[in-house]
Design a binder for this molecule. Structure first.
Ligand SMILES: [Zn+2]
Length: 395
């Protein structure tokens, strides 16, 4: 009997049958950008001017997404490598202090909101104390090429014209559409698509859950196949994708769509996106579902529309309604006991989230100054995010 089992295992190894799930898999995560420079897609927001470090930078939102992905992957036993874990300049003494706390990245933001030249430098070498902070695209590609992870994901948001209402999801792999230059790179993206498209807090302008935008970078950006080779000899369009391993780059949404940019200022909104990426990666490896559930929504006015030069919304969509800043959202269990609270931020997105909930029935209570209090019954399911879009009436 024992012999049969051993024989079967040996046979499985020979045939290349991989163990199910994320345990032992190597996942390389690249949060796009890294500094507070003009190249890091700075964009003015309702509250903050262009290049103010509290305004929008892809640097910060991409990192928030990636840290959430990493957290879930590690809980499932994956070996996660991140190109960076912080935004902005990391000093030598900080490296020596062993700055490994993933939640300290905001230290790099100066308290006065002016741009400081020091915060434009990001790159520091990995050493025996520290986490690497690499932003150079070719350096990342070369590292990926030497590590050969089981999965690579680069996280970004897209740009059109400021004030444009274009907002879609797109996944780009190295190569031509229908012809990835490294096997399975497109298959991974197709698997992830439905998980990431499922975001009722945003308003998509193009594509659908069953109509994915999974395209080769050369086909998408133009250029002559197979593109210019880099140091590792890999061809393609995007410098960060030129390695010989499976993976792709995701443009999660458009930060030039004003309501979406306001949402991307909220860390928890970015965490929700990270959670969706995690689900997409896990699905590819046929991993186990989570036992906890999630709850997320946006608190908006039922009658007032947004009217601001930096807030062009898609006509007739949910984004026309004014998000309520500083609203309180209370979470109560089935016995009516208050268990959690969330205060919406001051960035005109109305976003609230509750992570890691026991599946079951809950009640949400929404309170905001000048508005009528409202309650709503919700069901939280394991491994799912329940989305709600409450609209409050003026008193
Ligand atoms: Zn980007």
């Amino acid at each position: 009997m024992k012999k049969t089992v051993v024989l079967l295992l040996v046979l499985m190894c020979i045939m290349g049958v991989q163990a199910k799930g994320l345990k032992g898999k190597t996942i390389y995560l690249n949060p796009g950008h890294g500094g507070y420079t003009t190249g890091d897609r700075p964009t003015a927001t309702i509250n903050w001017e262009y290049m103010d470090t509290l305004s929008f930078y892809e640097t910060r939102s991409n990192l928030w997404k990636a840290l959430e992905v990493a957290k879930h992957l590690r809980q499932d036993g994956a070996n996660v490598i991140m190109s960076r874990t912080r935004s902005g300049y990391v000093t030598k003494s900080q490296m020596e202090d062993g700055i490994l706390n993933e939640n300290q990245e905001s230290h790099a933001i100066p308290s006065e909101h002016k741009v400081d030249k020091r915060f434009n430098q990001v790159e520091t070498a990995a050493d025996e104390y520290g986490q690497q902070q690499i932003v150079g695209l070719e350096r990342i590609a070369c590292q990926v090429d030497s590590i050969k992870p089981d999965y690579f994901l680069s996280m970004h948001s897209n740009a059109h014209k400021n004030g444009s209402t274009v907002n879609y999801l797109v996944m780009l792999f190295r190569g031509e559409t229908g012809k990835p230059y490294f096997e399975n790179s497109d298959k991974m993206a197709f698997t992830m698509w439905p998980y990431v498209f499922d975001n009722p807090l945003s308003v998509w302008s193009h594509y659908a859950a069953d109509k994915p935008a999974v395209v080769g970078d050369i086909s998408w950006m133009g250029g002559t196949p197979p593109g210019t080779p880099n140091r590792t000899g890999a061809t393609g369009y995007y410098a960060v994708l030129k390695f010989n391993a499976p993976g792709f780059l995701v443009e999660g949404s458009f930060h030039t769509y004003d309501p979406e940019r306001q949402r991307l200022l909220n860390r928890d909104y970015c965490r929700l996106e990270g959670l969706r990426y995690y689900r997409g990666i896990r699905a590819y490896f046929d991993g186990k579902p989570e036992k906890v559930g999630y709850l997320a929504g946006t608190v908006k006015s039922a009658t007032e529309k947004m009217n601001h030069p930096r807030y062009t919304y898609r006509e007739g969509s949910d984004d026309q309604w004014k998000p309520i800043n500083g609203a309180m959202v209370y979470l109560m269990d089935s016995r009516g006991v208050n268990i959690k609270g969330y205060r919406t931020d001051g960035e005109y997105n109305g976003v609230f989230t509750f992570f890691g909930l026991k599946p079951g029935k809950y009640t949400l209570r929404y309170e905001a100054y000048g508005y009528e209090t409202q309650t709503e019954e919700v069901v939280v399911e394991a491994d799912k995010t329940t989305y709600v879009l409450p609209k409050l009436n003026r008193k």
